[in-house]
Write a protein that binds this ligand. Structure first.
Ligand SMILES: [Zn+2]
Length: 485
């Protein structure tokens, strides 16, 4: 079965095929945080879903080239940096650093690129100038530059708006669109006194880019004109992603993104998360209350991304219990894998038993079925609840088999290998760092080199593995990997 996703464009499940002619490379763009505060757990729900997406694609053999932008100039960053009495860059740097610390706490894999909007302003200006030349952008009397919606009839195709029913109602200068109706949106915002010293020179006078053009510019600069997958939360669909499509497609003449994936809202105790309701949590708030990043990851990861996630402390407690069960299972299977395959005749006599394998008669349970089912569920639009069900079936049946003393060491070893594959995607194992696929590939190559007694290649591969931050140790049970401290 191919990997399938629900595409917001078509509102249908579609088989996924990247544009790349080899079918391997996936160009993935994910809208990142606005760095004016600590990201909250609603934000992290989207980032954890995107992490699952990337890891599952990699498990299925794709090479994912991912970009996540950092919005470090917009209405909010300017407003709050001025409130804090700090220069914009100094202010946003605090939250950029905090964001990376939080990503690590949740074991979210780093994107290849985290472009900051302020590093791409010349490209944004270039795109706006291009749109102006084409008659699509115009400078208004307030000196800001707007996108002429009437020039892009496809506007609304992602959000499935019927544009005939919507009358453009003036222009939207603010980045904060929640309460605005549809209208020509700002590409370039003319400087005013509220912006303080935040401004760039442009053909339209001093000012700064609008939020939407930031993503169009960074996405196309780093991934090319055509992306395979673009993600975000459902609240990004309109107007942000509509605007990204309009700007990018008018500049390039190509389809900007082929698959749009959006994750649903996070609620807390059944209510919208809001500071005024006292149910607003950053990751830091939860860590301070004694929950671990792994527990929060579990709670955010294990609900299907297109369903609303109701975050509760009972849910976190359930995550803690589930993780304890996984930890116990892993340690038990590990013990079984280390049992000697057969006890000696003397020991058998001492034990008074008949001649049989130390680990009992062989289990006939088809464990592989559950492992396959785990990955197949994820193929189906990242059905994580189905995948977790399959995984816990594996846990239950292995436990039963161990209770009956029927699990042979070789089989236990095999199950541990399966667990490592599963955990590359889940990253819920106790080892805080999952082994990256590129590292395990190198370890495999090195094992092959050793088998062929090619010691030079083996040493070179060991160095390559070390460069990626892992130490490989050869033991009688095969190579063991440890993350470098
Ligand atoms: Zn964006």
């Amino acid at each position: 079965m191919p990997v399938r996703f629900h595409n917001t464009y078509s509102r249908q499940l579609e088989d996924f095929r990247p544009l790349d002619p080899t079918g391997k490379l996936v160009r993935l763009y994910t809208c990142g945080p606005t760095v004016y505060n600590y990201a909250h757990i609603g934000n992290f729900r989207a980032y954890v879903f995107e992490d699952l997406l990337q890891r599952h694609l990699e498990a299925r053999g794709f090479d994912v080239s991912r970009v996540m932008n950092l919005t470090d100039v917009d209405d909010k960053t300017i407003r709050d940096s001025r409130k804090a009495g700090r220069r914009l860059n100094d202010f946003t740097q605090i939250y950029k650093d905090a964001f990376f610390t939080d990503l690590d706490a949740l074991h979210i894999k780093r994107a290849q690129h985290f472009p900051a909007a302020t590093d791409y302003v010349p490209r944004m200006i270039e795109m706006i100038a291009d749109l102006e030349r084409k008659g699509i952008a115009y400078q208004a009397e307030d000196r800001s530059v707007y996108f002429r919606l009437s020039k892009f009839p496809a506007y609304g195709k992602l959000a499935h708006f019927n544009l005939d029913e919507l009358r453009p109602s003036g222009r939207v200068r603010s980045d904060d669109y929640e309460k605005e109706s549809i209208g020509d949106f700002a590409l370039w915002k003319a400087w005013d006194e509220n912006d303080g010293d935040v401004k760039w020179d442009s053909p339209w006078g001093p000012g700064r880019p609008g939020w939407h053009i930031e993503c169009s510019a960074m996405a196309t600069a780093l991934l090319g004109d055509e992306l395979d997958i673009h993600c975000g939360g459902v609240d990004n669909i309109f107007p942000h992603h509509e605007a990204e499509i309009a700007q990018s497609e008018c500049c390039t003449g190509k389809t900007f993104t082929r698959y749009w994936l959006h994750c649903a809202h996070l609620m807390v105790d059944g209510q919208k998360m809001a500071k005024s309701l006292g149910n607003f949590y950053t990751l830091r708030d939860l860590l301070e209350k004694g929950w671990s990043g792994r527990e929060v990851r579990y709670a955010l990861l294990t609900v299907n991304y297109r369903l609303p996630l109701n975050f509760t402390f009972d849910g976190l407690a359930a995550a803690r219990a589930a993780l304890a069960r996984i930890d116990e299972w892993v340690s038990r299977v590990t013990d079984y894998s280390r049992r000697p395959a057969r006890v000696s005749g003397q020991e058998r006599q001492d034990a008074g038993g008949e001649e049989h394998d130390a680990a009992g008669s062989e289990s006939t349970i088809d464990f592989d079925r559950h492992v396959e089912s785990f990955f197949e569920c994820l193929d189906d639009d990242l059905n994580i609840s189905g995948a977790m069900g399959a995984f816990f079936d594996l846990v239950r049946e292995t436990n039963r088999s161990m209770d009956a003393n029927e699990l042979r060491p070789a089989k236990a070893e095999e199950i541990l290998r399966d667990w490592r594959r599963i955990n590359q995607v889940l990253v819920l194992g106790k080892e805080l760092r999952a082994i990256p696929t590129e590292v395990s590939a190198l370890v495999e190559q090195r094992q092959a080199a050793r088998a062929a007694k090619d010691w030079a290649a083996s040493d070179r591969l060991r160095d390559e593995i070390a460069e990626l931050g892992w130490v490989v140790k050869d033991t009688k049970d095969g190579p063991k990997l440890n993350a470098r401290a």
